[in-house]
Each structure stands twice: as structure tokens, then as C-alpha cells.
Design a protein around this ligand. Structure first.
Ligand SMILES: [Zn+2]
Length: 671
């Protein structure tokens, strides 16, 4: 159903005057119906704006001070003799969109040091950036300067800089570099310096097609074919032709997040449905192997079967979000929007402190203590992987985490090829863009989604004399929502919208018109690792609410250089050994045994224990033998069909996963 509708929509879209302002796919790439707006056109509001300001005041705005040795003035990307590899570009990949979305002059100035350097450190053969490898010093990545992989991050930065400023030098530098790639990749393929380039070639390919859509130069298609041929064969893997998705330790967790988009990026060129549908098939396999209810998978750093005490690296969350955003733009397929919200609203908010001055390297789905302890992770960084600090665990995430929320903001609204605008994911925001025959419209999206069920969009025009204009608006009906309503000025705007459907409202919109989307959320149950029970409602999953005792510490002298100056622990005395009985979760008993309470939006930051906007009182049972083991929930049968290990019945409180630091999310299931 969903696919059929999308194809009809894309075939029907004629190119409007306003759409010529935006970058859509050029022949022979698969036609796109929706595309990204310039950076700065979308402004975050409400809780999302608070989130971005926290990043500015926290690690994103200050990483050059907190981690000055690596991303400070001596970084080789800005002319120094220090780090030359991924970490500087990682930081910029989030700092730059944050700076331009907030319109913050100080952050823009900070990012300009890097973009100016990238645009001027250019060689005659087209290479850009530092190319001098230096000898190894602990804590730095100074060798392999010419590796393809960190350039892939730099290309994403240049693209975003262009999307924010329109600076034509970006087009020249990228064109030159892609000519350099075409000349050199045959002798020095993507895995020539490190294997990361081979796994992450989809990021490179994506930027080649972005430039092709602007310049139309044929050599870029040839380069794209070459890059794809040297990239890990993700389509075959995702169809199960090779066994990585069913084999523990078969790959690095972050590479899987990068690779997710590659078949769809390539499909734009191949037009092969096998490429288009490969990621969907991968999710079907992963659901029964590595999958976690957060939309991610167990990977600390190698992938594992999804035991809820396994780690999930922060880089995986932000890279998977970026992949899903690119997949959504390329296809307009709403399953990627649903999946994007699942990662953004569950996994992402929990992995950094409220002040954004610390982050975890690994989060656990069942996480009863964030403490110094050796846990069951395959890649251990001594005992500090799940505390919150600047560099604990490993520093990649400290640099890469910043792209999550700014890019999410950038994907809240797309231009449509027929001169309209589309909202496929929801959060409080304002968009200003050209529609119809070139009229500038400003749409305000007011909502407390994902906690609240209502999204209200109000139409306004920036021109004082403009009173109305004809253009279409597109909205996503979430896959989980079976009884949505779409109202225009209080009246039904669309009869019985279907779950997972794109709604198109094409009409003459007047200043002050209001679209109201109602997405009733119901409590539902899903089963994960070993049959464990997970409670869901709308785009959110729910976890046991536990008291949190936070404490700030300094690392001992022997750890400080490696793991940063400080870290926070978070522990609790709250009992957590609960499970659910299948007999209490039948459809007839759900409303009796899972009682939802919603707090109205009071303007407070929602992603913490104190302000959690939704609470579910749930009927559970004590699981008597379930005990703590080395700082995690001990091993247990998550599903048991015989032998009663349950104790008394109790009522427990669940809150959104994204509001918790300590939690049980995957509960043992009993009869
Ligand atoms: Zn990382």
C-alpha cells in the first residue's frame, strides 16, 4: 500500500517554479520528489530549541577547549601538526549545522576557521586538506593523512557549508577532489590506507551524487560507479547472501550504521529494486539477531545478539540517524521517518547529560548503574564505558555526537518537487521557504510531540501584502497510528488517513490557516531478545523509572590523559527485578493494567527523570532470582514457559526511555 502510494505521488509531481530553487535528482539518477532545504530555513522551537542551546553551551560549543589537544588550534585540518584524521571533521559535521541553524555568530566564526582551511588547503591535483602523515603520538591520529575516510566527513561539512551559505568555492573544491578520486582510486582503492573507507563508501557516494545534481558533470557518475564497486557489498549482505547480519562480531557497529544507506544511495543510479529494498530486509533479519527496541542494535564495538546489557555506541545512534535521513530524502518512503523517530526519541536523548557536558560511550537498554565497572562488552575501555564524561571509553563519540540533533532539525521539513513542503518527522519548529510560483511561506509547527498526540501547523507569509497562495502540504501518518485525523481549520481535511500513508493537502492556503494532525497513541507490547517484553506508546518505548543519584568525579592521574578530566556516575537503590505476565497484557486487559498519565507541556526540558511528560502505571510481578551482576542486570531467561520464579504482584511506574538514565526496558516475560 505504502509503496504504491509513494510511486503515484512521485510520478504526479511536476516541477514548480519554486522547486527550481532547491536541489532535486538530475537524470539519470532516480527522480526525487522531496529534498532538503537550505540550512537556516528551519528553526527549532520549544524543547528542540532548548536541546540545541544545551549543545551550544555544552560540549558542541566548547569541544575545542575541552579537547583542545586534538580539535584545538594544532589540528592538522586547520594547519597545525596534530590530529589529521576523523576527529576534527566529526566535530565540525555537527558544529556547523548547529551554528547556522541557531544563527549564532560566535559558533559560525568557530566553524569558519575549518571551512576556510578546507577550501584553501587545496593542491594542484585536486586533493584538499592536510596530506602530511606524522609519527604516532599516543592520543592522536596523525598518520595516514591521505586516507579516503576522513575526507568523506569533510565532504559532508563542505556540502552543509554550501547549503548554509551558497559559497561557490565548495563546488570548485569538491569537483577538483572528485577528479583526484577518479584518477587515484584505481591504484589506491577505498581500503588502501584503512578499511574504514571501504565500509563507509556510501557516504562518499552520497556526496558525489549531491554534486552531480548541481553541476551535471558526467565524470561524477563514472566516479560513483567506481566508488560503489569498491564499497562493502551491502545489498548482498542485507539480502542474507553473506552471513554478517547473523554472525556475532562480524563487523564494527558504526560501520553497519554507515552502510545502511548505501544500497539506497546506489539505487538512485542502479534503479534496481533489489538495492532499494535491501535495508528493509536487513531490518527484518536484525530484528531477530542484533536488534534493540531503540531502533539500533547491540554493538560494543563489534555487533552482537541483542542482549539488553550489551552496549550501544553513541556514534551508532547519530550515524544511523544520518543514514535514515538520507534514505528518507532519496525515497520519500515513510518507514524511514518512523525508524528515524525511534532512534532520535529513544536512544539519542539518554546518552548525554542534560548540560551536554558529558556523554556515554556505550548505553545499555537495561542499565541499572552508570559506574566504574568491567562489564560484558567485547571492546572494553577499562571500567569507564558507560559513565558520562568527555573522553571516557573512546573519543570518537565525543567528536561525532554533535550531528544528531542539528541534522534531525534540518530534516523536519522538505521541499516537494511540485512546489510544496513536507513534514515527515515532527518536532516544534518554524520553516521559511519558497512555494508555488515563488511565494515565501512561513509555517509554524506547534507540538509537544513525541509526548503529545497533536501537531498544529499554522500558515503565514513573509511578504506583508501576500494573503494567500496555492501549494501542497505533505504530512506523514505514523505507521503505529491506526486512527489519525487531519483537520484544516477545524474541519476534516482528509477522510480516514491510513497508517504509514503520505497525506497531500493541495489548496489555496490563506494566512492564518491551521492544519491540525491528531495521532492517538495507544500502549502496545513488543517482544525482543529471548522474548523479553517492551512497552511502547506511539514513537516512544517505556522503561522502569528509577531514582538517580548523580555524582561528579575527577579521573585519577593515570586515567586523566586518556579519558578526560571528569566523569559523572549515576546509581540507584530502586528495586528493578520486575517482569510482566502475558495474562496481564491481553488486548482486553491492556487499559486496566497499563494506565497512562500525561503532563501538559510546561516549557521545561522534557528528557530527564524530573520532567518526564508521560508516565505509565503498569501491573508487574517481582522476578525473585533476578540479581545484579558486575553493575548490570544479571543473566536471566527473558521468557520462561515453566517453573514459577515470580513473587508478588506490584504496580510499577514506566516513563519514556529517552527521559531515563537508569532503567529496565526489556522485562522478563512470564505466563
Ligand atoms: Zn564513537
Amino acid at each position: 500500500m505504502k509503496k504504491a502510494l509513494i510511486i503515484i505521488v512521485s510520478a504526479a509531481l511536476a516541477v514548480s517554479a519554486s522547486a527550481q530553487e532547491y536541489i532535486f535528482n538530475r537524470h539519470p539518477l532516480m527522480p526525487t520528489s522531496f529534498t532538503e532545504l537550505p540550512i537556516g530555513a528551519i528553526k527549532a522551537e520549544g524543547w528542540l530549541h532548548d536541546q540545541l542551546v544545551k549543545q551550544k553551551d555544552g560540549m558542541t560549543g566548547h569541544l575545542d577547549e575541552l579537547y583542545s589537544e586534538v580539535v584545538g588550534a594544532d589540528n592538522a585540518w586547520i594547519g597545525g601538526e596534530g590530529d589529521t584524521w576523523e576527529r576534527g571533521p566529526y566535530w565540525l559535521d555537527g558544529l556547523l549545522p548547529l551554528a547556522y541553524i541557531l544563527g549564532d555568530e560566535e559558533l559560525i566564526a568557530k566553524s569558519r576557521v575549518w571551512t576556510e582551511s578546507m577550501l584553501t588547503m587545496v593542491y594542484d591535483d585536486g586533493y584538499f586538506g592536510n596530506r602530511i602523515s606524522r609519527k604516532y603520538i599516543e592520543g592522536f591520529q596523525r598518520g595516514k593523512a591521505e586516507d579516503w575516510w576522513p575526507k568523506m566527513v569533510a565532504l559532508k561539512i563542505l556540502k552543509q557549508y554550501y547549503m548554509a551559505t551558497g559559497d561557490q568555492r565548495v563546488i570548485d573544491v569538491m569537483t577538483g577532489y572528485f577528479k583526484y578520486q577518479l584518477a587515484n582510486l584505481p591504484q589506491k582503492p577505498l581500503d588502501h590506507w584503512t578499511f574504514w573507507g571501504e565500509w563507509r563508501g556510501g557516504d562518499n557516494l552520497d556526496m558525489v551524487y549531491w554534486l552531480y545534481n548541481i553541476t551535471g558533470e558526467e565524470f561524477l557518475l563514472e566516479l560513483g560507479d567506481l566508488i560503489h564497486s569498491q564499497t562493502t557489498p551491502w545489498t548482498a549482505m542485507f539480502w542474507g547472501e553473506t552471513n554478517e547480519l547473523r554472525t556475532q562480531n562480524s563487523m564494527h557497529t558504526v560501520n553497519l550504521a554507515h552502510g545502511f544507506k548505501e544500497p539506497i544511495i546506489w539505487w538512485q543510479r542502479s534503479h534496481d529494486p533489489k538495492d532499494l529494498n535491501a535495508p528493509e530486509n536487513a531490518l527484518k533479519i536484525i530484528r531477530h539477531t542484533f536488534g534493540l527496541p531503540t531502533g539500533l542494535w547491540a554493538g560494543d564495538e563489534q555487533v552482537h545478539f541483542g542482549d539488553p546489557t550489551r552496549g550501544s555506541e553513541l556514534c551508532t545512534a547519530v550515524e544511523m540517524m544520518y543514514s535514515l535521513e538520507e534514505m528518507l530524502q532519496a525515497t520519500g518512503d515513510l518507514q524511514w521517518a518512523d525508524h528515524l523517530e525511534r532512534v532520535a526519541f529513544n536512544a539519542l536523548p539518554t546518552q548525554a547529560t542534560d548540560a551536554y557536558d558529558g556523554r556515554q560511550y556505550y548505553q545499555q537498554t537495561n542499565q541499572i548503574a552508570c559506574s566504574r565497572e568491567w562489564r560484558n562488552f567485547v571492546t572494553q575501555h577499562e571500567d569507564n564505558d558507560n559513565v558520562f564524561g568527555v573522553l571516557n571509553g573512546y573519543p570518537c563519540c565525543s567528536c561525532n555526537m554533535h550531528q544528531g540533533w542539528p541534522k534531525f532539525t534540518q530534516n523536519l521539513w522538505y521541499a516537494s518537487k511540485d512546489g510544496g513542503l513536507a513534514a515527515f518527522i515532527y518536532a516544534p519548529s518554524t520553516v521559511t521557504a519558497k512555494v508555488g510560483e515563488g511565494t515565501e511561506v512561513s509555517l509554524k509547527q506547534e507540538t509537544f510531540y513525541p509526548f503529545d498526540e497533536t501537531v498544529k501547523v499554522t500558515v503565514d507569509f513573509t511578504g506583508k501584502k501576500v494573503k494567500d497562495a496555492y501549494f501542497p502540504l505533505y504530512f506523514r501518518i505514523p505507521e503505529w497510528c491506526s486512527n489519525a485525523r487531519v483537520l484544516v481549520n477545524g474541519e476534516e481535511g482528509c477522510s480516514s488517513p491510513m497508517a504509514g500513508e503520505t497525506v497531500r493537502l493541495s489548496r489555496r492556503w490563506a494566512k492564518g490557516d491551521v492544519v491540525t494532525l491528531e495521532f492517538p497513541m495507544e500502549v502496545s507490547i513488543s517482544h525482543w531478545y529471548d522474548g523479553a517484553t517492551v512497552v511502547e506508546r506511539g514513537p516512544l518505548i517505556y522503561s522502569l523509572k528509577m531514582d538517580e543519584k548523580w555524582e561528579k568525579h575527577e579521573f585519577e592521574a593515570s586515567y586523566e590523559g586518556k579519558y578526560g578530566p571528569y566523569y559523572y556516575t549515576c546509581v540507584s537503590d530502586t528495586p528493578w527485578n520486575y517482569g510482566f505476565r502475558l495474562q496481564d497484557m491481553t488486548p482486553e486487559k491492556m487499559s486496566e493494567n497499563f494506565k497512562v498519565e500525561i503532563r501538559p507541556d510546561e516549557g521545561t526540558y522534557p528528557w530527564n527523570l524530573e520532567n518526564a511528560p508521560v508516565s505509565i502505571k503498569a501491573k508487574a510481578v517481582i522476578i525473585k532470582p533476578w540479581k545484579e551482576y558486575n553493575g548490570s542486570t544479571g543473566q536471566i531467561a527473558y521468557y520462561r514457559e515453566d517453573g514459577d520464579d515470580t513473587g508478588e504482584e506490584v504496580w510499577i511506574e514506566l516513563i519514556p526511555y529517552g527521559c531515563t538514565t537508569l532503567r529496565v526496558t526489556e522485562f522478563p516475560t512470564r505466563l
